[in-house]
Design a binder for this molecule. Structure first.
Ligand code: NAD
Ligand code: UDP
Length: 348
């Protein structure tokens, strides 16, 4: 089997990107990161080097700059791309949709054009379970209808469509579309983790900031869902498990020939298949941190869904991949990162 040795990672300085870079470097890949640092810091890549003892090549550039992407592909001699770069805040996407379409859809278009021009045909793309929208049935299988309910999700759906059309027209391309459920946790070293700007929108970073004393209490949005404890249920997956899923996808694509793809992208859920409620998370985090987590119940958050979790069977069958970390380990790793870096990378 040939191993794809040289990878260009767009958005590699971000939360999932840094964790994936660690796993790639540890597995012996050469890694070049392209990032414009609109939602990350160069310090994050220094930490990746510290964890792995390996050098990471970084190019500060925007993926919408096609010439810069082509230059990075040529200079790095990349044989594959893992594409994380994108804007990801659901609420912001509703107030600034054009910025989201420009960054996510146009950015991916420019990246694909540069890849096509340079003859780099292997791509792993960060999609999101948001593309499914409201569940017709649970758990979500990859065949579920795709009907996202917000502009962010629609940018991911547009990109998926673009990738399916590209794959159908180019037998030599090998494309994996990975639909993430709720990535949480941090590297066990406590050196890298999620570092949101401003007030976190997502549960885990908010919870961590309450535990560390940056915020007074957690607002729990809704206690009247038809779930066992009345709070919302999600499929929380450790970011390292998720990162390893990208390596397995790359290995799988490496073994794939045009007769295997049959003009189709590989489309996979990356989730645990287990749902946990907001109160489950509060309880697990309290135990992990030994700190009190004061909370108040509030009205449901607009657009929220009661339950959302994956059927990860296909990823398990095709990639031989399965998440290994449970909720308690996830909370312990999140807490270590938060405790060691109370202000994120600004603490450095
Ligand atoms: P992140 O914001 O931490 O990382 C994204 C990185 O991309 C950042 O370093 C940012 O600076 C960079 N970037 C953004 N636009 C760019 C551009 N035009 N050119 C170059 N660099 C650019 O986000 P993350 O949580 O690591 O998410 C990575 C990917 O996974 C995103 O595409 C996101 O939509 C997707 N995703 C994330 C989640 C989640 O909950 N974190 C869930 C599903 C899917
Ligand atoms: N949530 C909450 N308080 C918060 C943030 C989130 O109660 O401050 C709830 C939210 O209503 C949902 C769950 O936690 O039920 C996960 O929310 P998150 O935003 O992390 O993920 P998403 O809803 O995008 O899957």
């Amino acid at each position: 089997m040939t191993i794809t040795q040289r990878i260009l990672v767009t958005g590699g300085a971000g939360y999932i990107g840094t964790h994936t870079c660690v796993e790639l470097l540890n597995a012996g890949y050469h890694v070049t990161v392209m990032d414009n640092f609109c939602n990350s810091k160069p310090e994050a890549l220094k930490r990746v080097e510290r964890i792995t003892g390996k050098v990471i090549h970084c190019m500060e550039a925007d993926i919408r700059n096609r010439a810069a992407v082509a230059q990075a592909l040529v200079q790095s001699k990349a044989t594959a791309v893992i594409h994380f770069a994108g804007l990801k805040a659901v609420g912001e996407s509703a107030t600034a949709p054009l910025a989201y379409y420009d960054n996510n859809v146009v950015g991916t278009l420019r990246l694909l054009e540069a890849m096509d021009e340079c003859g780099v045909n292997t791509l792993v793309f960060s999609s999101s379970a948001t593309v499914y929208g409201n569940p017709e049935r649970l758990p979500f299988q990859e065949t579920h209808r795709l009907l996202p309910t917000n502009p962010y999700g629609r940018t991911k759906l547009h990109i998926e469509c673009m990738l399916r059309d590209l794959q159908a027209s180019r037998p030599q391309w090998r494309i994996a579309i990975l639909r993430y459920f709720n990535p949480v946790g941090a590297h066990p070293s406590g050196l890298i983790g999620e570092d949101p700007r401003g007030v976190p929108n997502n549960l885990m970073p908010f919870l961590s900031q309450v535990a560390v004393g940056r915020r007074n209490h957690l607002n729990i949005f809704g206690r009247d869902y038809s779930t066992p404890d009345g709070t919302g249920i999600r499929d929380y997956i450790h970011v390292t498990d998720l990162a390893i899923g990208h390596l397995r996808a790359l290995e799988h694509l490496d073994k794939t020939t045009s007769s295997h793809t049959a003009g189709q992208c590989l489309e996979l859920n990356l989730g645990t298949g287990k749902g946990h409620s907001v109160l489950d998370l509060v309880q697990a985090f309290k135990l992990a941190s030994g700190r009190p987590i004061p909370y108040q119940f509030k009205a449901r958050r607009a657009g929220d869904i009661a339950e959302f979790y994956a059927d990860p069977t296909l990823a398990s069958q095709l990639l031989g991949w399965a998440p290994t970390m449970n909720l308690q380990q996830i909370c312990e790793d999140s807490w270590r990162w938060q405790r060691m870096n109370p202000d994120g990378y600004r603490s450095a």
